[in-house]
Write a protein that binds this ligand. Sequence first.
Ligand code: LLP
Length: 404
Amino acid sequence: MQYKNKNFHVENISTEKLARKFNTPFYCYSYSRIKNNILNFKNHFNKINPLVCFSVKSNSNLAILKEIRNLNCGADVVSKGEMMKASKAGIIAKKIVFSGVGKTYSELKYAINKNILLINVESLSELLAIEKIAKQKKKKVDIGIRLNPNTDAKTLKQISTGRVGDKFGVGEKEFIKLVKYAKISKFLRLKCLSVHIGSQILSHKPYEKMLKVIDRLIKKTHHEFEFVDLGGGIGISYDKNSKKFDFKTYNYLISKFLKKKNCKIIFEPGRSIIGNAGVLISKIIYIKKNKNKNFVILNAGMNDLMRPALYGTKHQIVPSKKNKKILNKTLEFVGPICESTDKFLTIKKFQSIKEGDIIIICDVGAYGMSLSSNYNLRPLPAEILIKNSKIKIIKNTQKLDDLI
Ligand code: LLP
């Protein structure tokens, strides 16, 4: 994604062209970015040879899941819907892991019938529910137990999941209890220890702490885990100045952890695979002058892209067509939704713009479309994939008639 002759391009297609062809707002993804992200991710860990299970919650578009399956990834799912979608994309059951604190009885039954790779259990009650279903079906079910390692991921508090007060996983004492129970159960096969301490993590240090906790705990349980599932969470640079995640050190730490162990690593990346592979293309409806700033009112709103309103996060905003005129006025890019949190970014220096111009919101491939909603009774936007110079509509704009 870059400017060519002052025009923003996704691969070799200009966003000006796309915006003439399709109604804004819409998401647009680059296949080569997705592919490179996956290959780079795997390359960083090539000695470890992990199973990479893409986190479907970050982006569940079927066409994208198919591409990801073709690049040899499995899936990390958190609901029956995500499990069904992963299967529909052709991801085999033995590459699907199922997490979540509130898996229902019927979701567990579905997962057990499918013989997925692992159900990562998050409580004693869930363990007992799985055992009960397994007993009814006269089956032995492969499970993992999700540990809450009480490790601060040093990320936004809303997306931290590994501290003692967070609802995810079980603490050390409970973990040991569940291991003991599962080991002697006739209907459970304890294969995995899983963790996921949070999302958008930019330092390897929390992972280092987490690995120490896991290492100590594995020794305590004397259990030979076939898998250690380290979850996802690796962050991306949403602005040019933020530091990049140190894959080399993380890889080194994991290799050290694996010494004298005979287990396979599973990763569940979402954002690091798809985050920077998508943009949201929108149009300026109005520019409204205000005392100290101008409101730039886009036709994309918080229903299309929830992250800024929900977490206060910033996504870069750039013009589709560059010009040299600098505006010395603060601009606040907002959406049309009737909420004051429906704002994307405030920018002090931007180029001159006018109503009708196309505006690009960057790095929205992860948790963009998947968090979108029909709030204000707005239809969900379309999704477009650019692959090998071809423009593919991978989801149509939702029809208003279907909403009404
Ligand atoms: N595995 C588990 C068990 C998870 O809960 C998550 C994300 C992942 C893997 C993938 O994490 P990633 O590699 O994408 O960081 N909506 C928020 C992010 C929520 C993440 C939830 N869990 C956002 O927009 O920042």
